[in-house]
Write a protein that binds this ligand. Structure first.
Ligand code: NAD
Length: 482
C-alpha cells in the first residue's frame, strides 16, 4: 500500500534507525500561506555527535556489504521514491512553495541519482598499473572514504539530498544529513523511505535544527567525519571549508552562481526566449544555475526584449498547488528584500523597468516576474546572485565583449548561450570559464553529467561516474618480493 501524505509528513529526526523527538522544536511553514505545517525537533551539538557516532558504528558493516547488496537497497529506495512521488511532490510544494509540476519534476530528477548510483555501485573499481620493477606489482584499491556529512539547501529539498547520499551510500559510506531549516520535512520523508527500503540503522541519519552553525561546527570538526558535502551559498561554504581545514577533511562545495545567458544575433530568438524563461524563472529564480544576467547582442536587443517581456507577462503567479501556476512564492521575506534591493539599485543607476518590479498583489512573499533593460556593470545585479524572479538585460556588441562580460565574476557555475554559427559556438564554448555550459538549451541538469562549478562556485562534481570519486579514496598497495 503506498503511503499517504500524512504518513510521509514525519515531524521527527532520524538517528541510528530511531525516530527522535526533542523538547525544543521549530516550526516549518508553508511560504504560500504562512501556515505552520509541522514542528520538528530542534537538535543540538550533542545530537549531531550522536548521529556521527551512529554513522561511524554502522560503517564497518556497511562497507563490507557486497556492492550488489548496496545496489539492491538503493534500487529499492529509488522504487519507493518513485512510488510515493505524488506525496513527496506535494510535501515539497507545501514546505518550499514551488509549483506542483516542478516539484514532481524534482522527484524524478532526485530519484534519477538513486537509480544511477544503484547501477554504479557495482562499478566502483580499482586497477592494476604497470610496476616500477619486475619483482613488484602496483594495485590500486578504491575504498569508501567513511562518514559523510551532507549539508543541503532549501531550494531543491529532495534532489540535493539524493545527489549526495546516493553516491555516498553506493561507495560504502554512511551519511549524516543536515537539511535546511526551511525544508526538513522532505528530508525526513526520504529517510522514512530509506528505512522502508531496508537500509540498516545508522547508515542514513537526518539531524533537523534551526541553528545550523551549531550542527555545522560538529560536522566540520569531528574527526570521525571524513567528508563534508555542502550545497548552499558561497559565504557559508567558505566558512565550512575553513572549519574543515582543522581535520583536513575532504570537502565538496556546490555554491552560488552568477550565470550569464548570452543571446547572439544569429540565434533562434523564440528558442532563446523559451530557454531564458526556463532558466530564469524556474523555482521563482531560486536555482543555483538560474540565469542571473541576460547578455543580448545590440542588433537584436529590442526584438528579444519585446518577446521576453510578452512571455514574462504570461507567467501565472500563485500557490504552487493551484492549476496553471508557474511561479510560487519566494522562500522568505529576506529573499523578497534582496530582489527589491537589486531592482532599486538598478533603477537608481539608470536601468529601465520593462515589466513587474513590485511585490505581487497576492501579498506574502509573492513577487512579480520582472524584466529590467539597459542594465550595466555598475549595478549590483552584475555581480551578485539575485536568487529571485528578476531578469536584468545587458547589451553587448562583439563576441569577445560577451565572453569578457560573462567571465567578469568570481563565480563559475553555469553559463548559457544561443547562437547558430558553428565557429562562434566553438569559440564561445571554449572561452567561457564555467563548470557547465549550455548551448541552445535552457536546462542542463541531469544525473548523467558532472554538475559543479569553478572559481568561487565550488569544488567537486555531483552526478555521473565522477560523482562517486567524491566519496572514495585511492589506496595504493605495492606488492614486492615476487
Ligand atoms: P545557505 O548557505 O544559507 O544554507 C545552505 C545550508 O547550509 C542549509 O542547510 C543551512 O542550514 C546551512 N547553514 C547555514 N549556515 C550554516 C553554518 N554557519 N554552518 C553550517 N551550516 C550552515 O544557502 P541557501 O539559502 O539554503 O541556498 C541558496 C544558495 O545555495 C544559493 O547561493 C545557491 O546558489 C546555492 N545552491 C548551489 C547549488 C549548487 O549545486 N552549486 C545548488 C543549490 C543551491
Amino acid at each position: 500500500m503506498p503511503l499517504t501524505l500524512p504518513d510521509l509528513l514525519i515531524p521527527k529526526a532520524y538517528i541510528d534507525g530511531q525516530w527522535r523527538d526533542a523538547e525544543r522544536r521549530f516550526a516549518v511553514t508553508n511560504p504560500a500561506t504562512g501556515e505552520t505545517l509541522a514542528d520538528v525537533p530542534d537538535l543540538d551539538a550533542d545530537d549531531a555527535r550522536a548521529a556521527v557516532a551512529s554513522a561511524e558504528a554502522a560503517w564497518p558493516a556497511w562497507r563490507k556489504r557486497s556492492a550488489k547488496e548496496r545496489s539492491s537497497l538503493l534500487r529499492r529506495w529509488y522504487e519507493l521514491i518513485v512510488a510515493h512521488g505524488d506525496d513527496l511532490a506535494r510535501l515539497m510544494t507545501l514546505e518550499q512553495g514551488k509549483p506542483l509540476a516542478e516539484a514532481k519534476g524534482e522527484v524524478g530528477y532526485g530519484a534519477s541519482f538513486v537509480e544511477y548510483y544503484a547501477e554504479e555501485a557495482k562499478r566502483v573499481a580499482g586497477e592494476t598499473l604497470p610496476s616500477h620493477g619486475v619483482d613488484k606489482r602496483i594495485l590500486v584499491f578504491r575504498e569508501p572514504i567513511g562518514v559523510v556529512a551532507a549539508i543541503t539547501p532549501w531550494n531543491f529539498p529532495l534532489a540535493m539530498i539524493t545527489r549526495k547520499c546516493a553516491p555516498a551510500l553506493a561507495a560504502g559510506c554512511p551519511v549524516v544529513i543536515k537539511p535546511a531549516e526551511a525544508t526538513p520535512l522532505t528530508a525526513l520523508a526520504l529517510a522514512k523511505l530509506a528505512e522502508d527500503a531496508g537500509f540498516p540503522a545508522g547508515v542514513l541519519n537526518v539531524v533537523t535544527a534551526s541553528r545550523p552553525a551549531e550542527i555545522g561546527e560538529v560536522l566540520t570538526t569531528d574527526p570521525r567525519v571524513r567528508k563534508v558535502s555542502f550545497t548552499g551559498s558561497t559565504p557559508v561554504g567558505k566558512k565550512l571549508l575553513a572549519q574543515c581545514a582543522g581535520t583536513v577533511k575532504k570537502a565538496s562545495m556546490e555554491l552560488g552562481g552568477n550565470a550569464p545567458f548570452i543571446v547572439f544575433d544569429d540565434a533562434d530568438l523564440d528558442a532563446a526566449v523559451e530557454g531564458a524563461i526556463a532558466s530564469k524563472f524556474r523555482n521563482s529564480g531560486q536555482t543555483c544555475v538560474c540565469t542571473n544576467r541576460l547578455l543580448v547582442q545590440a542588433g537584436i536587443y529590442d526584438a528579444f526584449l519585446e518577446k521576453l517581456a510578452k512571455r514574462v507577462n504570461e507567467l501565472k503567479v500563485g500557490n504552487g498547488l493551484d492549476d496553471g501556476v508557474v511561479q510560487g512564492p519566494l522562500i522568505n521575506p529576506a529573499a523578497v528584500d534582496k530582489v527589491q534591493a537589486h531592482i532599486g539599485d538598478a533603477l537608481g543607476k539608470g536601468a529601465r523597468l520593462v515589466c513587474g518590479g513590485e511585490p505581487h498583489a497576492l501579498g506574502g512573499t509573492f513577487f512579480q516576474p520582472t524584466v529590467l533593460a539597459d542594465v550595466t556593470d555598475a549595478m549590483q545585479v552584475a555581480r551578485e546572485e539575485t536568487f529571485g524572479p528578476l531578469a536584468p538585460v545587458f547589451s553587448f556588441e562583439t563576441d569577445e565583449q560577451a565572453i569578457a562580460m560573462a567571465n567578469a565574476t568570481e563565480f563559475g557555475l553555469a553559463a548559457y548561450f544561443y547562437a547558430r554559427d558553428y565557429k562562434r559556438i566553438w569559440h564561445v564554448m571554449e572561452g567561457l570559464e564555467y563548470g557547465m555550459v549550455a548551448v541552445n538549451e535552457g536546462l542542463l541538469s541531469t544525473e548523467l553529467a558532472p554538475f559543479g562549478g569553478v572559481k568561487e562556485s565550488g569544488l567537486g562534481r555531483e552526478g555521473s561516474r565522477h560523482g562517486l570519486d567524491e566519496y572514495t579514496e585511492l589506496k595504493y598497495v605495492c606488492v614486492g618480493g615476487l
